[in-house]
Design a protein around this ligand. Sequence first.
Ligand code: AMP
Length: 291
Amino acid sequence: MRVIRTAAELRAHLDPLRRADKVVGAVPTMGALHDGHLSLIQAGRARCDELVVTIFVNPTQFGPNEDFERYPRDLSRDVELCTQAEADVVFAPETKEMYPEGEQTRVRVRGLSDCLCGRSRPGHFDGVATVVCKLFHVVGPGVFCFGQKDFQQLQIVRRMATDLLFPVEIVACPIVREADGLAMSSRNRYLSRDERSRALFLSRALQEAIESYREGERDPRVLGQSATECLLNAGLSVDYVELCNASDLTPVEANIAEPALLALAAFAGNTRLIDNVVLQPDVEDVLRGAA
Ligand code: AMP
């Protein structure tokens, strides 16, 4: 396993492999790796001959009052985990490598970036799209794995890849959870014991919504209201609870008839957590002509 720090060195490493028809792929991360990241590495490992894990805490996706400074960083542990997971390369550039002196360019995916997390984190997805665009350039054509934990990010990256004609395949990986249901996140380590037990109610709210959906509830207001109450009763501060179309992220107004994303964002103390589930119309809906 090699640790590479510069774009030029990464290109020099990957070019001959690509010329030899090797499939190249990457898993973009901000490090502080957990089992969620490792599941992406496994997915990439199964699809690629040469697998790059990128570890870069991207400053442009953090707002001025967010946790960029305190975001957990532990490169040597991450490198160890990537070695065990049989990645071939860790690409861990310095900020000045990804954002050369005097840089002025941002990539903006309009529409998809403005709803859900984009509303409470202005500019966040421009930072994400910009850094992922750079990684697509540096790693080149290949397979890129993203988690459904960041569902909006996944849709934005897909849209950008299509719009900018990147020859990349995007693999969406399911959310990995702790045994009790909490979605794994590098930010979970900020949580106190009390906050951790409250945080559990994000996945509980989703679970309740899945159950009432299975029992036939299709009204987005009813499903949204119950999820909101579940979060508030747990003492969480709700940023948003939204039901939206799973492909274009527009709000679902009428009864759910197409795959619908139920997306939650809430604060446990000062820590902002997100979680989601896609509610899929079932066979009975299709036969009833609802989908
Ligand atoms: P991050 O390091 O938080 O920027 O995440 C890097 C990648 O890992 C993103 O594609 C995330 O969606 C994905 N990811 C983070 N947490 C999880 C999780 N619990 N399950 C699956 N994928 C995840």
